[in-house]
Design a protein around this ligand. Structure first.
Ligand SMILES: [Zn+2]
Length: 232
């Protein structure tokens, strides 16, 4: 009788232990996919490059006189916020109105571009997005364009993904990315794009580019394009 009681007792403990392990595994299984999803996303780093700065204001708005460098920085900070909401870490090449050049350098533009290249190489991000505002003598020219380095397949995919999102609801020059000969996309093999957000030489574009609502919408669409690219 005593032996049988002990056996029943042992079996009871064993059953409870098995249940605890099974329950534990079930909970672990439920938690695991979330942590697996979040970890790689947090490791993804995007370098966001606000073009120009300091003595180089870039193009100037015909109506308001706004400097391209100022708008580029606004767009860059906005995009950083949108991406960080998706757990994608970002690094801005410049965080204020100053240029990146060494003020004692003979050629400030060259010094500025060299610094941007050094930042990209130092961080080695998953991708680079450089933000600019366009200008053209013909004031009727307008719309967003996304450029990539000739022959860089991933850069092309990234540009297509971003331009597809932008052209779906904004005025765009084309629906896909375009090959462009720019230092910031040429200086690295990391997938890089340069977005000309619109034309400061066009009154309608300028009006949109300076508006907070448009900046929010624009950066949201760029974020969607980046996420699409990363998911494929
Ligand atoms: Zn520019």
């Amino acid at each position: 009788m005593i032996v049988s009681f002990k056996l029943k007792h042992l079996l009871g403990i064993l059953l409870v232990s098995v249940l605890v392990v099974v329950l534990g595994l079930t909970i672990y299984k439920e938690i695991k996919p979330t942590t697996q999803f979040l970890k790689p996303m947090q490791e993804i780093c995007v370098v966001i490059d606000a073009g120009h700065g300091g003595i180089d204001g870039g193009s100037v708005g015909k109506i308001t006189g706004v400097y391209e460098s100022e708008l580029n920085l606004k767009f860059a900070k906005n995009l950083k916020e949108r991406l960080e909401e998706m757990n994608i870490s970002c690094y801005l090449t410049r965080q204020d109105d100053n240029g990146l050049y060494d003020s004692s350098a003979k050629n400030l533009k060259r010094s500025d571009m060299k610094k941007r290249k050094e930042i990209i190489e130092g961080i080695s991000p998953k991708l680079v997005v450089s933000l600019h505002m366009n200008s053209f003598p013909l004031s009727s020219s307008r719309g967003v364009q996304t450029f990539y380095k000739k022959g860089n397949e991933q850069g092309c995919n990234l540009a297509n993904s971003i331009q597809k999102q932008l052209s779906s609801s904004l005025i765009a020059k084309q629906n896909t990315g375009k090959v462009g000969d720019f230092y910031i996309v040429n200086c690295t093999e990391i997938p890089s794009v340069l977005i000309e957000c619109g034309f400061l030489s066009n009154a309608e574009d300028e009006k949109l580019l300076i508006s907070q609502d448009y900046q929010n919408k624009f950066c949201y669409l760029v974020m969607c394009g980046i996420v699409d690219y990363l998911n494929n």
